[in-house]
Write a protein that binds this ligand. Structure first.
Ligand SMILES: C[S@@+](CC[C@H](N)C(=O)[O-])C[C@H]1O[C@@H](n2cnc3c(N)ncnc32)[C@H](O)[C@@H]1O
Length: 281
Protein backbone atom coordinates (compact mmCIF):
# COMPACT_ATOMS: atom_id res chain seq x y z
CA UNK A 1 0.00 0.00 0.00
CA UNK A 2 1.33 3.46 -0.88
CA UNK A 3 2.72 5.59 1.90
CA UNK A 4 0.24 8.29 0.74
CA UNK A 5 -2.67 6.08 1.69
CA UNK A 6 -1.37 4.40 4.82
CA UNK A 7 0.04 7.52 6.51
CA UNK A 8 -2.14 9.33 9.05
CA UNK A 9 -1.62 12.86 7.63
CA UNK A 10 -3.70 14.46 10.30
CA UNK A 11 -1.36 13.02 12.92
CA UNK A 12 1.70 14.01 10.87
CA UNK A 13 0.43 17.61 10.74
CA UNK A 14 -0.04 17.61 14.52
CA UNK A 15 3.53 16.33 14.89
CA UNK A 16 4.76 19.16 12.62
CA UNK A 17 2.89 21.61 14.87
CA UNK A 18 4.51 20.10 17.95
CA UNK A 19 1.25 18.58 19.24
CA UNK A 20 -2.50 18.87 18.74
CA UNK A 21 -3.58 22.48 18.22
CA UNK A 22 -5.59 24.04 21.03
CA UNK A 23 -9.00 24.77 19.44
CA UNK A 24 -10.08 28.42 19.29
CA UNK A 25 -12.90 29.48 21.59
CA UNK A 26 -16.04 31.48 20.69
CA UNK A 27 -14.90 34.07 23.30
CA UNK A 28 -11.65 34.66 21.39
CA UNK A 29 -13.55 35.32 18.15
CA UNK A 30 -16.29 37.36 19.88
CA UNK A 31 -13.53 39.66 21.21
CA UNK A 32 -11.96 39.82 17.78
CA UNK A 33 -15.33 40.81 16.25
CA UNK A 34 -15.69 43.62 18.81
CA UNK A 35 -12.12 44.84 18.10
CA UNK A 36 -12.74 44.82 14.33
CA UNK A 37 -15.95 46.80 14.74
CA UNK A 38 -14.31 49.34 17.09
CA UNK A 39 -11.48 49.88 14.63
CA UNK A 40 -14.19 50.54 12.06
CA UNK A 41 -13.05 47.80 9.75
CA UNK A 42 -15.97 45.48 9.48
CA UNK A 43 -14.22 43.78 6.58
CA UNK A 44 -17.51 44.00 4.77
CA UNK A 45 -17.16 47.23 2.88
CA UNK A 46 -15.09 47.68 -0.16
CA UNK A 47 -13.25 45.31 -2.42
CA UNK A 48 -11.13 42.53 -0.96
CA UNK A 49 -8.86 40.86 -3.55
CA UNK A 50 -8.58 37.67 -1.47
CA UNK A 51 -12.38 37.24 -1.36
CA UNK A 52 -12.67 38.09 -5.07
CA UNK A 53 -10.12 35.38 -5.96
CA UNK A 54 -11.73 32.81 -3.66
CA UNK A 55 -15.16 33.38 -5.23
CA UNK A 56 -13.69 33.31 -8.72
CA UNK A 57 -11.91 29.98 -8.07
CA UNK A 58 -14.99 28.53 -6.33
CA UNK A 59 -16.73 28.61 -9.74
CA UNK A 60 -20.26 28.41 -8.38
CA UNK A 61 -23.09 27.73 -10.80
CA UNK A 62 -26.07 30.09 -10.91
CA UNK A 63 -28.59 29.37 -8.17
CA UNK A 64 -26.44 26.88 -6.26
CA UNK A 65 -26.97 26.75 -2.49
CA UNK A 66 -23.94 27.37 -0.31
CA UNK A 67 -22.82 26.52 3.22
CA UNK A 68 -20.17 28.99 4.47
CA UNK A 69 -18.46 27.45 7.50
CA UNK A 70 -16.59 29.76 9.85
CA UNK A 71 -18.25 32.58 7.93
CA UNK A 72 -16.94 35.33 10.25
CA UNK A 73 -18.47 38.77 9.59
CA UNK A 74 -19.88 37.45 6.34
CA UNK A 75 -17.60 38.78 3.62
CA UNK A 76 -18.24 35.79 1.43
CA UNK A 77 -21.81 34.98 2.49
CA UNK A 78 -23.18 38.47 1.85
CA UNK A 79 -21.50 38.76 -1.54
CA UNK A 80 -22.77 35.36 -2.63
CA UNK A 81 -26.31 36.01 -1.38
CA UNK A 82 -26.20 39.28 -3.34
CA UNK A 83 -25.52 37.20 -6.43
CA UNK A 84 -28.63 35.12 -5.88
CA UNK A 85 -27.24 32.13 -3.95
CA UNK A 86 -29.13 30.77 -0.96
CA UNK A 87 -26.52 30.85 1.81
CA UNK A 88 -26.29 29.12 5.18
CA UNK A 89 -23.66 30.96 7.23
CA UNK A 90 -22.27 28.95 10.14
CA UNK A 91 -20.00 30.24 12.91
CA UNK A 92 -19.58 29.63 16.64
CA UNK A 93 -19.16 33.37 17.39
CA UNK A 94 -22.50 35.11 17.93
CA UNK A 95 -20.80 38.50 17.49
CA UNK A 96 -19.46 37.53 14.07
CA UNK A 97 -22.96 36.35 13.09
CA UNK A 98 -24.43 39.64 14.35
CA UNK A 99 -22.10 41.56 12.00
CA UNK A 100 -23.12 39.33 9.12
CA UNK A 101 -26.80 39.67 9.94
CA UNK A 102 -26.61 43.47 10.06
CA UNK A 103 -24.88 43.64 6.70
CA UNK A 104 -27.34 41.21 5.06
CA UNK A 105 -30.21 43.28 6.46
CA UNK A 106 -28.67 46.58 5.22
CA UNK A 107 -28.26 45.06 1.78
CA UNK A 108 -31.99 44.47 1.61
CA UNK A 109 -32.90 41.21 3.30
CA UNK A 110 -30.64 38.81 1.45
CA UNK A 111 -31.21 35.06 1.62
CA UNK A 112 -28.63 34.29 4.33
CA UNK A 113 -29.49 31.95 7.21
CA UNK A 114 -27.10 32.39 10.15
CA UNK A 115 -26.43 29.27 12.22
CA UNK A 116 -24.68 29.48 15.58
CA UNK A 117 -22.73 26.21 15.68
CA UNK A 118 -19.28 24.78 16.18
CA UNK A 119 -17.35 22.84 13.51
CA UNK A 120 -17.35 19.99 16.01
CA UNK A 121 -21.12 19.96 16.68
CA UNK A 122 -23.40 17.32 15.25
CA UNK A 123 -24.78 19.37 12.35
CA UNK A 124 -27.62 16.96 11.75
CA UNK A 125 -28.85 17.62 15.28
CA UNK A 126 -28.38 21.37 14.66
CA UNK A 127 -30.53 21.05 11.53
CA UNK A 128 -27.81 22.21 9.12
CA UNK A 129 -29.07 21.43 5.61
CA UNK A 130 -26.92 19.79 2.95
CA UNK A 131 -26.04 22.15 0.11
CA UNK A 132 -24.66 22.19 -3.44
CA UNK A 133 -21.34 23.77 -2.45
CA UNK A 134 -19.62 23.82 0.96
CA UNK A 135 -17.05 26.58 1.60
CA UNK A 136 -14.58 27.02 4.45
CA UNK A 137 -12.50 30.13 3.91
CA UNK A 138 -9.64 30.59 6.40
CA UNK A 139 -11.44 28.47 8.98
CA UNK A 140 -10.49 24.86 8.33
CA UNK A 141 -7.26 24.89 10.35
CA UNK A 142 -9.28 25.88 13.42
CA UNK A 143 -10.16 22.22 13.89
CA UNK A 144 -8.77 18.76 13.26
CA UNK A 145 -7.95 18.77 9.54
CA UNK A 146 -9.18 15.37 8.48
CA UNK A 147 -12.51 15.46 10.30
CA UNK A 148 -13.15 18.98 8.91
CA UNK A 149 -12.44 17.80 5.36
CA UNK A 150 -14.67 14.74 5.74
CA UNK A 151 -17.49 16.82 7.20
CA UNK A 152 -17.34 19.34 4.34
CA UNK A 153 -17.35 16.49 1.86
CA UNK A 154 -20.42 14.97 3.52
CA UNK A 155 -22.35 18.28 3.49
CA UNK A 156 -21.73 19.20 -0.17
CA UNK A 157 -23.65 17.68 -3.05
CA UNK A 158 -21.43 19.03 -5.86
CA UNK A 159 -18.28 20.85 -4.78
CA UNK A 160 -16.13 21.76 -1.78
CA UNK A 161 -13.77 24.76 -1.56
CA UNK A 162 -11.44 25.54 1.31
CA UNK A 163 -8.56 27.85 1.96
CA UNK A 164 -5.81 27.46 4.49
CA UNK A 165 -2.70 29.49 5.26
CA UNK A 166 -0.13 28.01 2.89
CA UNK A 167 2.55 28.75 5.46
CA UNK A 168 0.62 26.95 8.21
CA UNK A 169 -0.42 30.21 9.90
CA UNK A 170 -1.44 33.70 8.78
CA UNK A 171 1.58 35.12 10.66
CA UNK A 172 4.02 33.05 8.60
CA UNK A 173 6.63 35.15 6.80
CA UNK A 174 8.52 33.47 3.98
CA UNK A 175 11.36 36.01 4.10
CA UNK A 176 11.88 35.54 7.84
CA UNK A 177 11.63 31.74 7.59
CA UNK A 178 14.32 31.72 4.89
CA UNK A 179 16.60 33.99 6.90
CA UNK A 180 16.16 31.80 9.98
CA UNK A 181 17.28 28.90 7.80
CA UNK A 182 14.02 27.01 8.24
CA UNK A 183 12.75 24.58 5.65
CA UNK A 184 9.66 26.32 4.23
CA UNK A 185 7.98 22.98 3.52
CA UNK A 186 7.69 22.16 7.23
CA UNK A 187 5.00 24.86 7.55
CA UNK A 188 2.95 23.77 4.52
CA UNK A 189 -0.25 22.53 6.06
CA UNK A 190 -2.00 22.67 2.68
CA UNK A 191 0.26 19.75 1.67
CA UNK A 192 -1.22 17.69 4.51
CA UNK A 193 -4.75 18.64 3.32
CA UNK A 194 -3.83 17.54 -0.21
CA UNK A 195 -2.49 14.21 1.06
CA UNK A 196 -5.63 13.60 3.15
CA UNK A 197 -7.65 14.19 -0.03
CA UNK A 198 -5.45 11.91 -2.17
CA UNK A 199 -5.93 9.19 0.42
CA UNK A 200 -9.72 9.75 0.12
CA UNK A 201 -9.41 9.17 -3.65
CA UNK A 202 -10.49 12.67 -4.61
CA UNK A 203 -8.77 14.85 -7.19
CA UNK A 204 -8.14 18.25 -5.57
CA UNK A 205 -7.34 21.49 -7.41
CA UNK A 206 -4.69 23.69 -5.82
CA UNK A 207 -4.13 27.41 -6.35
CA UNK A 208 -2.51 30.13 -4.30
CA UNK A 209 -3.87 33.53 -3.29
CA UNK A 210 -1.25 36.06 -2.18
CA UNK A 211 -2.58 38.67 0.19
CA UNK A 212 -0.18 41.54 1.04
CA UNK A 213 -0.28 42.56 4.71
CA UNK A 214 0.70 46.11 5.60
CA UNK A 215 1.84 45.98 9.21
CA UNK A 216 3.41 48.70 11.31
CA UNK A 217 4.18 49.19 15.00
CA UNK A 218 4.46 52.32 17.20
CA UNK A 219 7.97 51.47 18.44
CA UNK A 220 10.93 49.25 17.59
CA UNK A 221 10.20 47.28 20.78
CA UNK A 222 6.63 46.51 19.64
CA UNK A 223 7.87 45.51 16.19
CA UNK A 224 10.55 43.19 17.55
CA UNK A 225 8.14 41.58 20.02
CA UNK A 226 5.52 40.91 17.31
CA UNK A 227 8.05 39.43 14.88
CA UNK A 228 9.65 37.34 17.61
CA UNK A 229 6.20 35.97 18.59
CA UNK A 230 5.48 35.07 14.98
CA UNK A 231 8.76 33.11 14.77
CA UNK A 232 7.83 30.78 17.65
CA UNK A 233 10.51 28.89 19.57
CA UNK A 234 14.08 29.64 18.43
CA UNK A 235 17.26 27.61 18.88
CA UNK A 236 20.61 29.40 19.45
CA UNK A 237 21.47 29.58 15.78
CA UNK A 238 18.02 30.95 14.90
CA UNK A 239 18.24 33.50 17.73
CA UNK A 240 21.41 34.96 16.21
CA UNK A 241 19.80 34.98 12.76
CA UNK A 242 16.70 36.72 14.12
CA UNK A 243 18.86 39.46 15.65
CA UNK A 244 20.56 39.99 12.31
CA UNK A 245 17.18 39.97 10.48
CA UNK A 246 15.78 42.61 12.87
CA UNK A 247 18.85 44.83 12.41
CA UNK A 248 18.57 44.67 8.63
CA UNK A 249 14.82 44.69 7.97
CA UNK A 250 13.21 47.03 10.53
CA UNK A 251 12.93 50.64 9.44
CA UNK A 252 11.30 53.75 10.85
CA UNK A 253 9.21 55.89 8.54
CA UNK A 254 6.21 58.18 8.31
CA UNK A 255 2.85 56.51 7.67
CA UNK A 256 -0.05 57.98 5.67
CA UNK A 257 -1.31 59.86 8.75
CA UNK A 258 2.13 61.42 9.28
CA UNK A 259 2.96 59.28 12.36
CA UNK A 260 6.40 57.79 12.90
CA UNK A 261 6.07 54.01 12.82
CA UNK A 262 8.26 50.91 12.50
CA UNK A 263 7.82 48.56 9.56
CA UNK A 264 9.62 45.84 7.69
CA UNK A 265 11.53 47.08 4.65
CA UNK A 266 9.36 44.77 2.54
CA UNK A 267 5.65 43.89 2.48
CA UNK A 268 4.85 40.56 4.12
CA UNK A 269 2.57 38.40 2.00
CA UNK A 270 0.05 36.04 3.58
CA UNK A 271 0.01 33.04 1.29
CA UNK A 272 -3.34 31.24 1.16
CA UNK A 273 -3.77 27.86 -0.46
CA UNK A 274 -7.13 27.45 -2.19
CA UNK A 275 -8.13 23.78 -2.48
CA UNK A 276 -11.30 22.58 -4.22
CA UNK A 277 -12.76 19.34 -5.41
CA UNK A 278 -15.86 18.20 -7.25
CA UNK A 279 -17.82 15.40 -5.62
CA UNK A 280 -17.75 13.34 -8.81
CA UNK A 281 -13.97 13.74 -9.36
C1 LIG B 1 -10.19 33.80 10.08
S1 LIG B 1 -11.93 33.92 10.32
C2 LIG B 1 -12.49 33.61 8.65
C3 LIG B 1 -13.76 34.35 8.32
C4 LIG B 1 -14.23 34.21 6.88
N1 LIG B 1 -14.50 32.83 6.52
C5 LIG B 1 -13.24 34.85 5.93
O1 LIG B 1 -12.48 34.16 5.25
O2 LIG B 1 -13.22 36.09 5.88
C6 LIG B 1 -12.28 32.35 11.12
C7 LIG B 1 -13.73 32.21 11.55
O3 LIG B 1 -13.92 30.85 11.96
C8 LIG B 1 -14.71 30.84 13.13
N2 LIG B 1 -14.38 29.61 13.88
C9 LIG B 1 -13.19 29.28 14.46
N3 LIG B 1 -13.28 28.09 15.05
C10 LIG B 1 -14.55 27.66 14.86
C11 LIG B 1 -15.26 26.50 15.26
N4 LIG B 1 -14.67 25.53 15.98
N5 LIG B 1 -16.55 26.36 14.89
C12 LIG B 1 -17.17 27.33 14.15
N6 LIG B 1 -16.56 28.47 13.76
C13 LIG B 1 -15.26 28.62 14.11
C14 LIG B 1 -14.36 32.12 13.89
O4 LIG B 1 -15.39 32.53 14.75
C15 LIG B 1 -14.13 33.10 12.73
O5 LIG B 1 -15.30 33.81 12.43
Amino acid sequence: MSVLVKTDWNHEWELALGGPRQPDTPEFWNDKAVRCRRQGHTLLDGYDPYIADFIDYAALRPGESVLDIGCGPGLMSVLLAGRGHRVIALDFSHRMLAMLFKKAHQAGGLDVTPVLADWRDDWQVKGVEKVDVALASRSVAAVELESAIRKLNAWARRRVCISTAAGGSPVFDRVLAKELGRHICQHSNFAYCMNILFAMDVRPELRFIDSPKHESWPSRRHAEAAIRRSAGLLNNKEEARLQSYLRRHLVQLCDEQGRLVWQRDYTRVVEWAFIAWDKDS
